[in-house]
Ligand binder design. Structure first.
Ligand code: NAP
Length: 326
């Protein structure tokens, strides 16, 4: 079944084997930009959305640094615009998830939850997922006060106290967003220097609802049916303490969604797919774009650019092959 970002089914396909010229895995900015470019090259690309329609950007409340939107744009709204534009030129967006790939021969074989595809070219834009603290109580209390998405869950913490773990852009951006609802936002960081950019830092420092606990890690999340507090440890003094809170928002980096490609594509530390500047992977005909290959920029605009580049290169790849056949 196909869906628009608004959740409306748009088309349907049976579960039989489908042969496509370009298959795109992932529906974030990289995947949908690749779809736009591949569609305009008349390659009729199929996008498999994965579990997160719109990717991580779709979960962002307001994106203020995507060019062309001087007042900012909602993450899901931008995703819908990306999708609409790609569909206008013939891209098909399928609500389906790849579960296995065979990249040992072309066409590549991709098994999904709903069927199977053969693809002449593959663009991987499966993104990344938030890292977990891996402390007692985290797993048990996820959805009961532990969250990895302020946009999704912030509303539940109206007039409540929350803590945010992390010191990067995500921690501060999401922490500031939480001040709309929460009575206080305590940012717990393991060092005394933030990794986040200066603009976010000055916004956070000047917000009366935001306060910081430095040089401190969360060692456990406390509560039975819901979060009631966190256990803390000062990494300099070793001193332990507890802090009462209603919610714990964790923003400590990401892990790329690449398990499926292990042993088939060259990867570097952290499981990111290795690409060259043309978005080519170690397997000819397979391209990667966005956060699955990039742990440095991680911006909507850079991911979109990589998606476009991957599709342009996939087009050249298929054209060259056609030229050889003639
Ligand atoms: P990040 O920059 O990797 O920051 C992760 C933070 O979590 C760091 O402060 C790190 O501490 C801390 N951390 C990591 N593991 C931890 C652990 N086990 N326990 C406690 N703390 C831990 O991740 P991010 O904030 O998600 O940002 C990722 C990228 O996206 C960055 O390039 C960022 O610029 C970009 N981004 C940009 C924007 C924007 O421009 N508006 C918004 C969001 C993200 P240390 O500092 O000590 O390493």
């Amino acid at each position: 079944m196909s869906f628009s970002l608004s959740g409306i089914p748009t088309a349907s396909n049976s579960s039989d084997l489908k042969h496509v010229k370009v298959l795109i895995l992932g529906s974030g900015p990289a995947g949908l930009s690749a779809a736009l470019y591949a569609a305009r090259a008349e390659l009729a690309p199929v996008v498999l959305t994965g579990m997160e329609l719109g990717g991580q950007a779709g979960l962002t409340h307001v994106i203020e640094n995507y060019p062309g939107f001087p007042e900012g744009v909602g993450g899901s709204q931008l995703g819908e615009l990306f999708q609409k534009q790609a569909e206008r030129f013939g891209a098909l967006v399928e609500f389906d998830t790849a579960t296995a790939v065979n990249l040992s021969q072309r066409p590549f074989k991709i098994t999904t939850e709903n069927g199977q595809y053969l693809a002449d070219a593959l663009i991987i834009a499966t993104g990344a997922r938030p890292n977990h603290l891996e402390v007692p109580g985290e797993y048990e209390l996820t959805g009961k006060g532990v969250s990895y998405c302020a946009t999704c869950d912030g509303w539940f913490f109206k007039d409540k106290k929350v803590v945010v773990v992390g010191g990067g852009d995500s921690a501060l951006e999401e922490g500031l967003f939480l001040t709309r609802f929460a009575s206080s936002v305590t940012i717990i960081h393991r060092r005394d220097t933030l990794r986040a950019g200066k603009v976010l830092q000055s916004r956070a420092f000047s917000n009366p609802k935001v306060n910081f606990i430095w040089n401190t890690v969360v060692t456990a999340i406390l509560g039975q049916d819901k979060v009631t507090g966190v256990a803390l440890k000062n990494v300099l003094t070793g001193e332990t303490s507890t802090l009462e809170t209603d919610g714990v928002f964790i923003f400590i980096g990401h892990t790329p969604n690449t398990q499926m490609f292990e042993g088939q594509l060259e990867m570097r530390d952290g499981g990111y797919i290795v690409t060259n500047h043309l978005m080519e992977t170690s397997v000819p005909g397979v391209f990667a774009a966005g956060e699955v290959a990039d742990n440095h920029f991680r911006q909507v605009v850079t991911s979109a650019g990589m998606g476009a580049a991957a599709a342009i290169q996939a087009t050249h790849f298929l054209e060259k092959e056609e030229a050889v056949k003639v």
